[in-house]
Design a protein around this ligand. Structure first.
Ligand code: MG
Length: 378
């Protein structure tokens, strides 16, 4: 039975997948991409997302987004859009749920700190680390390391990549060198990520009190929908007003993305995934919506991500990552045995330390820092 008969010809079809690194027999009751999605959900790295920071550190409040709830929101948005465009929902879901698996503790602060630590050892990039998690680090299967996902899911996880790394990655890196596009599902997961974080960061930012509605009224996308909400529900206030405004913003972005992408796909004349790879990016917002979304993004980066209270946490997070890295590199004997490299190989040791630190949840990193540095902490 063809479970994907309803898909558009330019969607990614399981039957035409470029396959897995270790060949496996096609499952009888699921498509290849459903299987990828299922493997991601059952992975250890996926469960860790629950305790990793999106913007707010996990212990700062119970209602803020974590990497796990963020990833679920991305998958939800991406699937709705995929269904409208007759793209492969299973593939966008797999990519969305896996896209942040390689993130360090403490969000971007952790990633920047680890990248600085790894400067002389090949650097650290969360995208590449997500790929490393699904290709190598997960230990779930007898026959291979990693999750042995399909090419298309791995391609979607690798959102961007430097030319040097692209060379090293062979087939998967080729599109970065040849300036080609990934599947529409990969393009879509990328923009669904942006829709999710822009909107939930407004919500979390307001909830935390670090940004205010007064400030947001300068941002058209927000102000316009807030006015509509107040017209529909005179006197509405508080959380209800915020939620109603944000759901309308998400809807406006989603509808714009569907309409614009549908037009672009039709105008391009693509009839296969191969055509998609050779076409310009086809999943996109209209110019007007792109401009509005960018203004919101800039607002958040100025007023929330660089708020002094966020900066304080960022600075502590950086210190924790840097001090753990330095301690482990100076004395690899402090590391759990699995992360100690036997031969004298600084490059491999550094990568192992990066794997160890990147795998930590926020609270594990805080605890581990105490265990390494505080004399009466065991
Ligand atoms: Mg994300």
């Amino acid at each position: 039975m063809n479970l994907e008969a309803h898909l558009a010809p330019h969607a990614a079809h399981s039957a035409q997948s470029q396959g897995r690194r270790f060949p496996e027999i096609t499952p009888p009751s699921r498509t290849e991409f459903q299987r990828d999605r299922d493997r991601i959900i059952h992975s250890t790295a996926f469960r860790r997302l629950e305790y990793k920071t999106q913007v707010f550190v996990n212990h700062e409040g119970d209602l803020f987004r974590t990497r796990l709830t963020h990833s679920i929101e991305v998958a939800q948005i991406a699937r709705s859009i995929a269904r409208n465009l007759r793209l492969n929902e299973d593939l966008v879901e797999a990519i969305s749920l896996a896209h942040d698996l390689g993130h360090t503790p403490f969000g971007h602060a952790g990633q920047d700190a680890l990248n600085a630590c790894m400067k002389d050892y090949g650097g650290f990039e969360h995208n590449l680390q997500s790929l490393r998690v699904v290709d190598e680090l997960e230990e779930h299967y007898g026959a291979f390391d990693g999750l042995n996902l399909t090419f298309e899911t791995r391609e979607g996880i690798l959102k961007h990549c430097s030319p040097q790394n692209a060379q090293r990655l062979g087939e998967l890196g080729r599109r970065f060198l040849e300036k080609k596009q990934p599947s529409l599902e990969a393009q879509l997961a990328n923009l669904a990520d942006e829709i999710a974080y822009n909107n939930h960061d407004v919500d979390d930012g307001l909830r935390s009190g670090l940004i205010t509605i007064g400030q947001l009224d300068d941002i058209d996308l927000f102000a316009r929908h807030r006015r509509d909400v107040e017209t529909s529900f005179p006197g509405i206030a508080g959380r209800r007003m915020i939620h109603e405004t944000i759901r309308r913003m998400i809807n406006a972005l989603v509808v714009d993305l569907i309409d614009t992408s549908r037009e672009r796909i039709a105008a391009s004349g693509v009839t296969s995934l191969d055509d998609v790879r050779n076409a310009p990016p086809l999943i996109a917002f209209s110019d007007g919506m792109r401009a509005e979304a960018t203004l919101l993004k800039q607002f958040l980066s100025r007023n929330l991500y660089r708020h002094y209270q966020v900066n304080r946490m960022t600075s502590k997070a950086r210190r924790i990552v840097r001090e753990l890295f330095d301690a482990f590199m100076a004395q690899p004997g402090l590391l759990p045995p699995d992360y100690q490299v036997q031969r004298d190989d600084t490059l491999r040791q550094a990568r192992k330390v990066a794997d160890y630190i990147a795998g930590m949840t926020d609270r594990y990193a805080i605890r581990e820092h105490r265990r390494v540095f505080v004399i009466d902490e065991l």
